[in-house]
Design a protein around this ligand. Structure first.
Ligand SMILES: [Zn+2]
Length: 331
């Protein structure tokens, strides 16, 4: 059973999940595409995983295209087991169960190892699965926060090669997201404008950090990028929750996301990366002032002593330089 601990000074939550130590690893020592053991995510091996909670099918095939399954090595415990009021306690000593949902999106029936190998229609189905599962999980009143994330490559924390992403829904709002919510609300109260809208206006006027934009979406390198080549993908028009994205916008988003992934691969030669989808917590009072966005972070450098110790970042590549390299790369 996972456990929640709150830092007694800062109030940040930590999920203690010793059960995840036993998960299998197949990345890092085998890039040939042939797994030494049976890949549990490949089509035909569905019995190797828990039963799906959702499947998305492809119109052109009569089988699943994306499968959503509970994570066998979950970082959290189901709300039924943990109790619905767990994780809300101010208790700093003793054991609080860590309730939530931890699910895996198997992003293809085929053993692809990189998102850039997937077709546009397949990426569109993945985004649809993210949206639909976020919608379903957010209805649960015990869920305080949801995040979709993707780790590609061992340096980004992936433990299995087969393309996949994850959903982690928790009973608490993580500190960084809480800070974004507070900042969004304060900005609105002071200026009458949404913080992300104001940032986009400045960036679209300046243009040095814009990588590409389409009718509804903008891809840029954040002004205060923490990592070399960090990207942010967001809609032009403010929308707090990703789960309200229309089918039409998912298609438009797919095109920009694929461009981002291909450019990252061209500029940083197959680098591992993390993708995080920041979406407004379903019931947070700061929700109306939020603007969903994706961060895409190449993992070229390790996190070193200063970062671990301070939570502040040293970045050796300027976002203006990174954006210029992305703009001039083919995609
Ligand atoms: Zn596989």
């Amino acid at each position: 059973m996972s456990e929640l601990r709150k830092d007694p000074i800062l109030g940040d939550w930590v999920i203690l999940a010793p059960g995840r130590a036993s998960r299998p690893f197949d990345t890092g020592n085998n890039r040939s595409g042939e797994s030494s053991e049976v890949c549990p995510f490949c089509k035909g091996n569905e019995n190797e995983t828990p039963a799906a909670v959702m499947t998305i099918s492809d119109d052109d095939a009569d089988d699943w295209a994306v499968r959503v399954i509970p994570n066998r090595y979950s970082a959290v415990t189901s709300f039924d087991t943990a109790g619905s009021d767990a994780g809300t306690s101010e208790q700093t000593a003793g054991s609080i169960p860590a309730p939530g949902y931890h699910e895996v999106f198997v992003e293809s029936p085929t053993h692809h190892q990189a998102m850039r190998e997937l077709s546009e229609s397949q990426v569109s189905l993945i985004l649809q699965a993210w949206r639909d599962r976020l919608r379903e999980v957010s209805v649960d009143p015990a869920v305080a926060h949801t995040m979709i994330f993707r780790n590609e490559g061992a340096a980004a924390g992936a433990s299995l090669e087969h393309v996949h992403s994850q959903l982690l829904a928790t009973s608490f709002v993580p500190a960084r997201i809480g800070a974004e919510l507070d900042a969004g609300r304060t900005h609105y109260e002071l200026t009458g404008q949404l913080a992300w809208t104001a940032m986009l206006e400045r960036e679209l006027f300046d243009r040095r950090r814009i990588i590409t934009e389409s009718e509804h979406f903008v891809l840029l390198c954040p002004f205060a990028s923490r990592f070399p080549g960090e990207m942010c993908l967001l809609p032009h028009v403010s929308s707090p929750g990703f789960e309200t994205t229309s089918d039409e916008d998912l298609k438009l988003l797919t095109a920009v996301l694929r461009k981002a992934i291909v450019k990252l691969d061209r500029v940083f030669q197959g680098a591992a990366f993390n993708l995080g989808l920041h979406t407004a917590p379903p019931r947070d009072p700061g929700r109306p002032y939020y603007h969903w966005h994706m961060t895409i972070t190449p993992r070229l450098t390790g996190i070193a002593g200063f970062e671990v110790g301070s939570g502040a970042w040293i970045n050796i590549v300027s976002p203006e330089d990174a954006a210029n390299r992305y703009r001039t790369s083919s995609s």
